[in-house]
Design a protein around this ligand. Structure first.
Ligand SMILES: NC(=O)c1ccc[n+]([C@@H]2O[C@H](COP(=O)([O-])OP(=O)(O)OC[C@H]3O[C@@H](n4cnc5c(N)ncnc54)[C@H](O)[C@@H]3O)[C@@H](O)[C@H]2O)c1
Length: 329
């Protein structure tokens, strides 16, 4: 099923879904900042943070949906960052075997990445996104004005995913971001909208061609294999962990895919310009034991997304020990 994208003011939400027959799932920060927007809708308000992406919270949402008498005609609207879009999409996908849902992503990361592509789920036993489904939202409404209330940390976290799209898919986008880094840091709205549209197009096109990640979609995991392990261990924002993961993947690409070290330097400089971390504080052995539980592991090897050059990704099977030796070098 195709997702309908709307780039407009969130105040238009009621023109896409009727407040009478829909329920917003959001978190307390967004509910507080955007009270007027949500006023006509029934709401389920969660605490914020990654720890909410759990079975306990899912169970709470399902109880609330029963209390609010949600039925198969009810539309769930996840209004929030990636935590809210991931869990509300999952709740909508399993309640009554699946009811309609859409997203209003309110973080930069959710606008360019988490809300798109239909991966919905929760964490389980400290493993990220271990339990979930792939089911596409009916609509996504992107409004860049949400970014004005976002914390600097969360804004910078989203920039990492934008850099990723340039690295894996679009040299021009990488150079646009590189040459306009200051404008981006100053949240130039026109430029941001151009970049966000570009990123949503890239992800949406890839997902349309390979929804269930049998091939091309895997390239979106650039930086995420090591990134997810670090995110679990260090409890840092998703984009921060992906930033460290991309630099690691870029170094591995020099060894295994012939990437020029100049590209790694360009990547590292851009990430540092965006105040993103580029090295992990964690002992490589601890990262390794976490990598063994990665969803991309197949027996003794892990599928890694490496680069031959900017916008030239390759999928390579690498043994965890090789990753370890690289981390120690
Ligand atoms: N499904 C996918 O394809 C996919 C892709 C990438 C990331 N993710 C997931 O997304 C999650 C991270 O998402 P995130 O970075 O958006 O973090 P988040 O959802 O935890 O939001 C970060 C913080 O920003 C606050 N917030 C959100 N919007 C705000 C606004 N407009 N103004 C003020 N505060 C606001 C939230 O309350 C929260 O405290 C992770 O769980 C990650 O696994 C999923």
């Amino acid at each position: 099923m195709k997702t309908q994208f709307n780039f407009s003011s969130a105040n238009e939400l009621y023109t896409i879904v009727s407040p009478l027959n829909s329920i917003i799932i959001t978190d307390k920060n967004i509910a507080r900042n955007y009270e007027a927007l949500m006023q006509p809708f029934r709401k389920i308000v969660l605490d914020d943070g990654e720890q909410e992406k759990s079975f306990e919270t899912l169970s709470y949402i399902l109880e609330q949906l029963i209390k609010l008498e949600a039925d198969r005609t009810t539309t769930i609207i996840g209004v929030g960052g990636g935590v809210i879009t991931d869990i509300s999409g999952f709740a909508a996908s399993i309640y009554m075997r699946g009811i309609p849902f859409g997203f209003v992503p309110t973080t930069l990361l959710a606008q360019v990445d988490a809300s798109i592509g239909g991966k919905n789920g929760v964490n389980f036993n400290h493993f990220k996104n271990l339990i979930g489904v792939i089911r596409q939202p009916d609509f996504i409404l992107v409004d860049t004005h949400f970014l004005s209330t976002l914390s600097e940390t969360d804004y910078h976290s989203g920039l990492a995913e934008i850099v990723k799209y340039g690295m894996i898919y679009d040299k021009e986008l990488f150079h646009l971001v590189q040459t306009n880094a200051d404008k981006i840091l100053n949240k130039d709205n026109e430029l941001l909208e151009t970049i966000i549209r570009k990123c949503t197009e890239i992800k949406n096109n890839i997902v349309e061609r390979d929804e269930f990640e049998t091939n091309e979609r895997k390239i979106l995991n650039f930086g995420h294999t090591i990134g997810h392990a670090i995110e679990r261990i260090e409890n840092i924002p998703h984009g921060f962990a992906v930033s460290i993961g991309m630099v690691a993947a870029s170094r591995l690409s020099e060894i295994h895919a012939g990437l020029s070290p100049t590209v790694t330097s360009q990547l590292t400089d851009l990430l540092m310009k965006f105040s993103l971390p580029v090295v992990s504080k964690t002992d490589p052995d601890i990262i390794l034991s976490n990598l063994k539980m990665d969803k991309k592991r197949r027996g003794e090897v892990i599928d890694f997304i490496l680069l031959k050059d900017i916008a030239q990704p390759v999928i390579m099977s690498i043994k965890p020990a090789e990753i370890l030796s690289f981390q120690k070098s």
